[in-house]
Write a protein that binds this ligand. Structure first.
Ligand SMILES: Cc1cc2nc3c(=O)[nH]c(=O)nc-3n(C[C@H](O)[C@H](O)[C@H](O)COP(=O)(O)O)c2cc1C
Length: 158
């Protein structure tokens, strides 16, 4: 499965009180037969694995496209991503961004929340408006720009 690096982020910055989080954002195409019930099963797996491994994030599914934001300790995110890569329920994974930094979680209460494609922009804008951490606001600005500039065009059309 090919992975295209579009954006490569910053080196981790030092900060005494914030957790070091590895952030990974990708898009992929669902394979034939993947429907809402299949997505529910993915979320069931996520609700088992993610909280036990300090992983939070969101998953968008619309027009046969997945978009996922994953944040957590580097090793655990890498382990999850190996599992996700091998998953036959999707293909053509495109890595949109990947970086590690010390900051608050963007979605602290979401083990892996499913967001409807039509709502993704609102979710990102709300999270940006609520972000107390400057770095979070910057990441969200980047994602909104990617969405608006058509890099995530399948999602914005959904
Ligand atoms: C688009 C997509 C997103 C996924 N996200 C997660 C996730 O956040 N957490 C997780 O544990 N599994 C996720 N999975 C499922 C894993 O690839 C894998 O099937 C699962 O972890 C296996 O666990 P299980 O044996 O408990 O079902 C995802 C799969 C796909 C296709």
């Amino acid at each position: 499965m090919s992975v295209i690096h579009i954006i490569k982020g910053d080196e981790p910055l030092a900060s005494p009180s914030l957790p070091l989080l590895y952030n990974l954002v990708y898009c992929s195409r669902a394979t034939a037969g993947v429907d809402d019930a299949a997505v529910d099963r993915i979320l069931e797996s996520a609700k088992r694995f993610n909280p036990a491994h300090g992983i939070t994030g969101l998953l968008v599914f619309g027009s046969g496209i997945f978009f996922q934001w994953i944040e957590g300790p580097r090793e655990n995110v890498a382990r999850l991503m190996t599992m996700i890569h091998a998953d036959p329920r999707h293909e053509s994974i495109v890595l949109l961004s990947e970086f590690e930094e010390m900051r608050e979680r963007l979605f602290p209460d979401w083990d892996m929340e499913l967001v409807a494609a039509a709502d993704i922009r609102d979710v990102l804008v709300d999270a940006k408006n609520d972000a107390e951490d400057e770095k979070n606001a910057a990441v969200l600005t980047l994602l909104i720009e990617q969405l608006d500039s058509g890099q995530l065009s399948e999602l914005s059309r959904a």
